[in-house]
Write a protein that binds this ligand. Sequence first.
Ligand code: GLA
Length: 429
Amino acid sequence: MSSHSHHHQERTPMTAVEFIEPIAHEAGVAQATELFAKTYGGQPEGVWAAPGRVNLIGEHTDYNAGLCLPIALPHRTFIALSPREDTKVRVVSDVAPDKVAEADLDGLEARGVDGWSAYPTGVAWALREAGFDKVKGFDAAFVSCVPLGSGLSSSAAMTCSTALALDDVYGLGYGDSDAGRVTLINAAIKSENEMAGASTGGLDQNASMRCTAGHALLLDCRPELTPLENVSQQEFDLDKYGLELLVVDTQAPHQLNDGQYAQRRATCEEAAKILGVANLRVAADGIAKADDPFQALKETLDALPDETMKKRVRHVVTEIERVRSFVRAFAQGDIQAAGRLFNASHDSLAADYEVTVPELDIAVDVARKNGAYGARMTGGGFGGSIIALVDKGRSHEVAQKIADEFEHQGFHAPRALAAYAAPSASREA
Ligand code: GLA
């Protein structure tokens, strides 16, 4: 053995990073129909699907009446469903195809269902609570390629596909228009918040129900806006600029309902109260319009009692402004500037909002060092996924670099997805 090999650490061959492919329309319909037939016998009344999402920028702004900018993923959750004459709900999913979960809508109260079936059951419950007495029970089978618990809104894909299916089979008539869908979105949000106990601010459900192919959805979360006023479709054509949007699911253990998210929300609400505004959006708009925005931000922060609150507010205020800047930069084809805004968003979420974990920071860092124009965490944080804007054809290489570094660090193997602006929820069969 040469002395050289004693000192030189052999590089073991790294594991090839997995890319999660979307389930195609035909396969999704066939698989959901098959699981339905196998579980309940007979054919479902129809098949619907709703996508997961990635938020391009505007994180932790939705519950502050701010701006966000999601796209729908090509990765969708398919639901085969039939209505029932009674109030029973039976659901099954491809995650555990032999386990049927049952519940009854009659007398059901908030938090009355445990486990994943709270999400779809809660949608029917929320619609009934909203006064849609026509809505009764259902049998449903889910098949999904949206990675679970990865910050890519697998929950919204489930609640929104359920809402659209129930709207259709019970003839509510809200699924066919963008504005009508807001009624279904509200039921999906209520289910997640009150039945599943997972707080969410509306970004995910609006993305799943209102995004259009080739566009990012500029969502303005000011509560006083009507559904006709609160979204605009922004062209998001990666091809035009020779770009790809790489998503890497870090697989870091991730929990949104562990209190951290609620704590961030509470701090923001308290800060708004101290500042004497209805929400932090009002503060952000005031700062943006000031003659000297930097001075105005400083004065706002000076009015807050503690360091942590100052940092949280600084994130929200600057993040709302970054959404505006990103929309402008991307429309002008200034990809360098768009990338810098991704980076600034991540850095603010890491340092000021403190919702990143080492997996997210390292994935972002590796992407940047390997030629990404910009990279940032997406979604709620505390685990989940990052997105990176890279030149066309470079996604696999960058994803592999991240996977190699994760292996080196002893993290779970990450998984990747190729993202583009896909359509929202629809009936599939
Ligand atoms: C989660 C929530 C959303 C939003 C994001 C952060 O995804 O469900 O409502 O608050 O976190 O931007």
